[in-house]
Design a protein around this ligand. Sequence first.
Ligand SMILES: C[S@@+](CC[C@H](N)C(=O)[O-])C[C@H]1O[C@@H](n2cnc3c(N)ncnc32)[C@H](O)[C@@H]1O
Length: 208
Amino acid sequence: LILTGAELETRLAQRDDTERCEFEIGCGSGHFACAHASQNPQTLVIACELKGERCRATAERARRAGLANLAVIKDRGEDLLQRFPKESLDAVHIYFPDPWPKARHRRRRVLRWMNLVRMVECLRLGGQIRFVTDFHDYALQARMVAALHPQLETARTSDFDADALSRYGPRLQALGKSIDHLTATRVSTVAVAGGDLQLFELLSGSRC
Ligand SMILES: C[S@@+](CC[C@H](N)C(=O)[O-])C[C@H]1O[C@@H](n2cnc3c(N)ncnc32)[C@H](O)[C@@H]1O
C-alpha cells in the first residue's frame, strides 16, 4: 500500500482513463483517506504524508479495512503534484494543513499560489480542490489565490465532515473554534497566458 513517487507514476500509467483518481495532501493517520476510499470503491485514492509513522498508520488502517483502492506515499504533496499528468485528477483534498501562522512562514503553506497553479493543471474539467482549515488567515489566503485563478469557481462550503473524518474536528469543536471550508472547481481548461499567471502571482503577493 505504501508507494514511492516513481511507483506512483507506474501505477498512474497503468490506469484506465475512466478511473477516478483523487489526491490527499497531508493525510495524517488516514482518517479521511480510508473513509473516502471505502465509500468510493471505484476511485483510486492517493494519500501523501511527510511523516513515516503516519504513513504506516494510514496503510495499516487501509489494510484492516481491506481497501485495494488506496495508496500512501511518504513525500511532499507539492513535489508529488509534478508526477501527476495534466488533467488526471478528480479532486485534491487538503484538510487541516499545517498552518504556518507566522507571516514570514506563509510561503511554506501547501495551498499557496504556485502549488495551486499546478493543482489546477492536474485537475480534470469539473475536478475540485477541497480545503478545510481552522486558521482564518489561511482560509483568507486560500480564498484569495483561488479567486485569482481564471479557471476556478469557488464556494465557501464542502461536504467534508470535520468531526467524523479528522482527529482535529472534535478537538476544535470542543474549543469552540470556527472551521473554514473552500471548494474550488475547475470550470475551464482554456490556456491561461503566461503573462497573466505572472500578474496573478504578483497580485497574490510573493508570500502567498
Ligand atoms: C495538522 S495535520 C492534519 C492531518 C489530517 N489531514 C487531519 O485532518 O487529521 C497536517 C499533516 O500534514 C502533513 N504535512 C505537512 N506538510 C506536508 C506536505 N508538504 N506534504 C504532505 N504532507 C504534509 C503533516 O506531517 C501532518 O501530518
